[in-house]
Design a protein around this ligand. Structure first.
Ligand code: TYD
Length: 139
């Protein structure tokens, strides 16, 4: 649980590309180039045009987010500052630290948002109420 990270601590990391003429591979590997143990992988797809997702923070969860296909925008919020991050290439990962509110928007048609998560799913790690989030940030 950490309420100290700011939106500036949430950076886009460039992933290595294994390139050859028949295509590319990018790899994320525990203890090699990801700063937490991956406990869960999930992906968002078939997001209808104009849909907005997110609208929550997490007490302990950190994530790496990759635009596996297409593009979308994450809006990060630490209770004081906001930052928009546009992801549009599979060799870039956004590291979302714990204690950050996020919204997602502008999903392109056919986009796939791949998320590598540091914790198994548990609803008790979510802050879905913005005032609860602000109380946590200011606590
Ligand atoms: P949520 O994390 O709110 O989605 P998003 O941030 O992409 O808008 O999750 C939406 C629903 O899916 C919610 O009812 C919880 C469920 N869910 C799971 O059951 N397991 C998971 O790993 C995730 C991420 C969500």
């Amino acid at each position: 649980m950490n309420n100290k990270f700011s939106v500036n601590d949430c950076c886009v990391v460039e992933l290595p590309i294994v390139h050859n003429e028949s295509g590319n591979i990018s790899v994320l590997e525990n203890h090699q180039n990801i700063p937490f143990d991956i406990k869960r992988i999930y992906y968002l797809y078939d997001v209808p045009m104009g849909a907005e997702r997110g609208g929550h923070g997490h007490y302990g969860l950190q994530q790496y987010v990759v635009a596996a296909s297409g593009s979308f925008t994450f809006v990060l919020d630490d209770g004081k500052n906001k930052k928009e991050v546009f992801l549009n290439h599979p060799n870039k990962a956004l590291h979302i630290k714990p204690g950050i509110w996020r919204e997602m928007k502008d999903f392109s048609s056919g986009s796939v948002c791949l998320v590598l998560a540091s914790m198994e799913y548990t609803e008790s790690d979510y802050m879905r109420d913005y005032q609860e989030f602000l109380n946590f940030r200011n606590g």
